[in-house]
Design a binder for this molecule. Structure first.
Ligand SMILES: [Zn+2]
Ligand SMILES: [Zn+2]
Length: 152
């Protein structure tokens, strides 16, 4: 689900949970979807403020909070990142975080599905179908930079 369809879906889910659809909530959902990737509240606030200069950060925060409570977006707490990121993609995937520049890259691999199935089998847990993994490393660009550092 992408773009307009996804925005509509998020709003309809908010409405189903008793949060009526307001232009502000629409703008928050739109900003989330259009940002894509793993935005923070500040990223979303910045985009929404371009449309609603008077909107408060609390409105943005509350809408994001509700979406998370409803399981429509996922909270990503990344070590050494001051702010919480949100993941809009609920398909199981691996979030790879660069420990140097902070970029977050998504990796979709069938191996994760196999791993989660094994986890379930070995632990007797019923695994959350939206389970994602967080992995840390150095992105290719930062690897090059750190190599140059070594040469100097
Ligand atoms: Zn990097
Ligand atoms: Zn992700």
């Amino acid at each position: 689900m992408y773009g307009r369809q996804k925005i509509k879906f998020l709003l309809s889910q908010l409405e189903a949970a008793g949060r009526r659809s307001t232009p502000q909530r629409h703008a928050v959902c739109q900003a989330l979807v259009e940002h894509g990737g793993h935005p923070t509240v500040a990223d979303v606030f910045e985009r929404v403020r371009a449309i609603f200069p008077m909107i408060s950060q609390a409105t943005v925060y509350n809408t994001i909070d509700t979406l998370q409570e409803l399981g429509l977006i996922q909270q990503l707490d990344i070590a050494n990142h001051e702010h919480t990121h949100y993941d809009l993609d609920l398909r199981p995937h691996i979030n790879i975080v660069c420990t140097r520049c902070g970029i977050i890259t998504d990796l979709y691999t069938e191996s994760l599905h196999i791993l989660l199935t094994q986890v379930s089998q070995h632990s007797s847990y019923r695994i959350d179908p939206h389970s994602s993994l967080l992995v840390y490393g150095l992105c290719p660009a930062c690897q090059r930079v750190t190599e140059w550092d070594r040469v100097d």
